[in-house]
Design a binder for this molecule. Structure first.
Ligand code: IPE
Ligand code: IPE
Ligand code: MG
Length: 245
């Protein structure tokens, strides 16, 4: 635990942090590099953030790596992003496994090339009993698509309308079993969710920083966690009276 991290009883570290890793393209452009160099730098940063999450005691880290909308980017960039995912698994899997990281995927694997799909499912299988930190990779993920998928499943098994509850819907999302994120971070300053965790982030605290993802290191993460710890989460209720002593 870093001494600069406030961790009091009332303001614990979030157990689930979700990150919209945005700004790789702008990071590369500023340096006169191709966009893929920005994605590569973003991937290297991920290692720092995973380490920092382990250090802070975060239990779940969800990372938005590729949205259902990102298929619309130029072919070269899409292919590059698929390759990056593949090489990250190849390079980092053993180390992550050793560190006790469990990997999960949210989104649809169907559209990914067969060999990449297999690498993802093998990585999930290998790490399934790890429990230090769960890293949830949102790849070919869309929040609306996730809800469509859940509704399909709910209807397919003949669920009665009166049995449909918020809990039941949550159980059919890709994130089944994972608590909702307390904190959603977006780098690079855009003030939107871009189809990320539209159900699960209903009551998340949002932290948006102009820092571009490849530059968002450990200290920036700690700043975000500290900002979260000062938030007043009311969930639609009234302010709590400070306890009288
Ligand atoms: C985020 O960086 C990563 C992905 C969407 C895959 P961008 O590629 O969106 O970077 P900017 O927003 O163009 O700077
Ligand atoms: C969101 O970033 C998706 C990921 C970070 C994977 P985008 O760059 O695709 O989102 P927009 O276009 O700014 O909404
Ligand atoms: Mg972007």
């Amino acid at each position: 635990m870093s001494p600069s991290t406030r961790k009091t009883k009332e303001h614990p570290v979030p157990q689930h942090i979700a990150v919209i890793m945005d700004g790789n393209g702008r990071w590369a452009k500023k340096r006169g590099l191709p966009r893929l160099a920005g994605h590569q730098a973003g991937t290297e940063n991920l290692r720092r953030i995973i380490r920092a999450c382990v250090e802070l005691g975060v239990r779940y880290l969800t990372i938005y790596a590729f949205s259902t909308e990102n298929w619309g980017r130029p072919r070269e960039e899409v292919d590059g992003l698929l390759k990056i995912l593949e090489s990250v698994i190849e390079r980092e899997l053993n180390e992550l496994h050793k560190e006790g990281v469990q990997l999960r995927h949210i989104g649809r694997l169907e559209r990914l090339p067969e060999n990449l799909r297999r690498k993802v499912t093998d990585a999930i299988e290998l790490t399934r009993n790890n429990d230090r930190l769960t890293v949830i990779v949102a790849f070919n993920y869309g929040g609306k698509d996730e809800i469509v998928h859940a509704v399909e499943q709910i209807i397919r098994v003949g669920t009665k309308p009166e049995d449909i509850t918020e809990d039941l819907i949550s159980q059919h999302l890709f994130t089944v079993g994972i608590p909702d994120p307390e904190l959603v971070i977006r780098t690079s300053g855009e003030m939107r969710l871009s189809n990320f965790l539209v159900w699960q982030a209903a009551y998340s605290e949002l932290y948006i920083t102009p820092v571009l993802w490849p530059d968002f290191g450990r200290e920036e993460l700690i700043k975000a966690v500290n900002a979260y710890q000062l938030r007043n989460r009311r969930f639609g209720l009234l302010e709590e009276e400070p306890p009288k002593d």
